[in-house]
Design a protein around this ligand. Structure first.
Ligand SMILES: Cc1cc2nc3c(=O)[nH]c(=O)nc-3n(C[C@H](O)[C@H](O)[C@H](O)COP(=O)(O)O)c2cc1C
Length: 204
């Protein structure tokens, strides 16, 4: 990736706003890869990394996604739409990939057995919900990474996951923590409105 100017973490957090109108210029593959590489550095419990990213740029697929998202126009306005998916069943199938390579083989084996034991007793829905919560950490990283590289985003939950799974050919167990239209901004977005710190923070 070229050494283009990037915002610091603080600058990216300060300047990020949800943007719902985008310039049509396509996002170079290397830049999307870089944003997703940074998002994938998010921490997760036991380092299970249940997030999977599906990048949609095909215009007819974007139209279908928009129809499944209450026709919210930011979906087709964006040159790319990132579906943040959570696949805990895939995690459990490939749990051997997760144990840290620095561990001796028998400890890696014990780790895999422990993970399978822990989640084996839960329903697919239960462990799916647990994994989807981990994915929101990656969502935060993704939004800030994109912003630092000059790309705007809007995280979205206003869509029908059943229809989106159908459009993308995803199995039923895959959860969809967010849909994220992304591109260069073509509007300023709303000014920030947040609770005052004293309303949400206590020190004890
Ligand atoms: C999980 C989640 C789901 C959201 N879903 C939608 C959505 O479906 N449509 C939309 O326009 N904005 C959506 N938003 C954006 C919020 O409205 C926005 O983040 C919030 O108003 C704060 O504004 P800001 O992002 O500009 O700081 C969503 C945000 C989050 C985090």
């Amino acid at each position: 990736v070229q050494a283009v100017e990037t915002l610091s973490v603080k600058e990216a957090i300060e300047s990020r706003r949800s943007i719902r109108k985008f310039k049509p210029e396509p996002i170079p593959r290397e830049e999307l890869d870089e944003i997703l590489r940074l998002a994938s550095f998010a921490p997760s419990a036991w380092n299970l990394q249940p997030w999977r990213f599906i990048v949609v740029t095909d215009p007819s697929l974007k139209e279908a996604l928009q129809a499944a998202a209450n026709n919210q126009p930011q979906v087709t306005s964006a040159p790319a739409v990132i579906l943040l998916a959570s696949d805990m069943e895939d995690v459990l199938e490939h749990v051997d990939k997760v144990a840290h390579p620095s561990l001796p083989p028998e400890q890696q084996q014990r780790f895999a057995d422990m993970i399978r034991g822990t989640f084996g007793g839960q329903s697919v829905e239960q462990r799916g919900a647990w994994a989807a919560a981990q994915c929101y950490i990656a969502l935060g990283f993704l939004l800030i990474a994109a912003q630092s590289m000059g790309y705007a985003t809007v995280p979205m939950l206003g869509f029908d996951p059943v229809r989106v799974r159908e459009i993308l050919g995803l199995p039923d167990h895959v959860q969809l923590p967010a849909m994220v239209p992304i591109g260069r901004p073509a509007e300023e977005g709303r000014s920030r409105h947040r609770h005052r710190l004293e309303d949400i923070v206590t020190y004890r």
